[in-house]
Design a protein around this ligand. Structure first.
Ligand code: PAF
Length: 297
């Protein structure tokens, strides 16, 4: 691993990937890069990278001079200690993956670098947006996400920041945080990458047993099949159909499936001509909890 000085990194960024552990060093580097007029594309992650992350890196690479990826399993966004402990960690494999994708800099901080005064949460309210869906089952989760992303933006000072649409509610919260705190970075949402059987790519998929993995594609299949019933059936009836389709597997249990306005995340009661609807779902297995979403135009 190379965590050498600023000049070394600035001179060699085209040659090899560089790893930075310290927040101040990363901030100094990005300040210098920005002074030099280089645009910075940023992909924040919690590691255990898969092809979905790599597609974000590739997009960032196509649209910016420098690509920075952070790997930090953020403790403040886990409301379940077991989930935090079980979260897959594989920094060496991640770095090799990032290297082959052409990422220039990896930010790999310790919790003390991110939270020098302890894990203080950002004091802003997202109201209903942080209480519905994921927020209802993972209290405090989005405060933790907003806190870490805000801190990462302060350190990395990205021109453009890339997030997967798989975490649809997270993306909406981050957009709101950026507007409320006047961050100058552009937030770019990127389409969900799927396995060939439709399962949304996720770091948590590697925690599925063989039986759970076999059943998991039912989640997207159910949401896709629902298209046939829109707008002939009411939103409430479509929700029931999707839930029943998935409950056919004894390995899956739907925690919620909601049809919401993509901007406000408010539940919709009726279909309205020309107004897209987002279907958002969380499914429990005896192992990892899976989320996904779909756009109904
Ligand atoms: O989506 C994720 O991996 C995380 O929630 C993020 C945005 C990196 C913040 O920790």
């Amino acid at each position: 691993m190379n965590s050498g000085g600023k000049n070394l990194i600035l001179n060699s960024w085209t040659l090899d990937i560089n790893i930075v552990h310290h927040a101040q060093k990363m901030h100094d580097l990005t300040s210098q890069l920005k002074k030099d007029g280089r645009s910075i594309g940023f992909v924040p992650t919690m590691g255990a990278l898969h092809a979905g992350h790599i597609s974000l890196i590739e997009k960032a690479k196509a649209e910016n001079d420098i690509v920075i990826c952070s790997i930090f399993v953020n403790p403040t966004q886990f409301n379940d200690l077991k989930d935090l402990e079980n979260y897959p960690r594989m920094p060496e494999a991640d770095i090799a993956f990032l290297k082959s994708a052409g990422c220039n800099l990896v930010f790999l901080p310790t919790p003390a670098e991110i939270y020098p005064n302890g894990p203080e949460l950002l004091d802003i309210s997202f109201g209903f947006m942080e209480e519905t869906m994921e927020g209802a089952f993972r209290p405090g989760h989005f405060k933790g996400v907003a806190t870490v992303v805000n801190r990462l933006f302060e350190i990395v000072q990205p021109t453009n920041s890339y997030f997967g649409e798989k975490d649809f509610q997270q993306l909406a919260i981050i957009r709101k945080m950026v507007a409320l705190l006047n961050h100058s970075t552009n937030i770019i949402g990127c389409p969900t990458l799927r396995e060939s059987d439709g399962l949304a790519m996720s770091s948590r998929n590697m925690l599925l047993t063989a039986e759970q993995r076999k059943s998991a594609p039912l989640i997207y299949k159910a949401m896709e099949t629902a298209k046939e019933f829109i707008p002939h059936q009411s939103p409430a009836a479509v929700i029931e159909l999707v839930k029943r389709y998935i409950q056919k597997s004894s390995y899956l249990s739907v925690q919620y499936f909601q049809l919401v306005n993509p901007d406000t995340l408010e539940d919709i009661k009726n279909w309205e001509e020309g107004k897209p609807v987002q279907g958002c779902i969380a499914v429990l297995t005896e192992g990892p909890r899976l989320i996904d979403n779909i756009r109904y135009e």
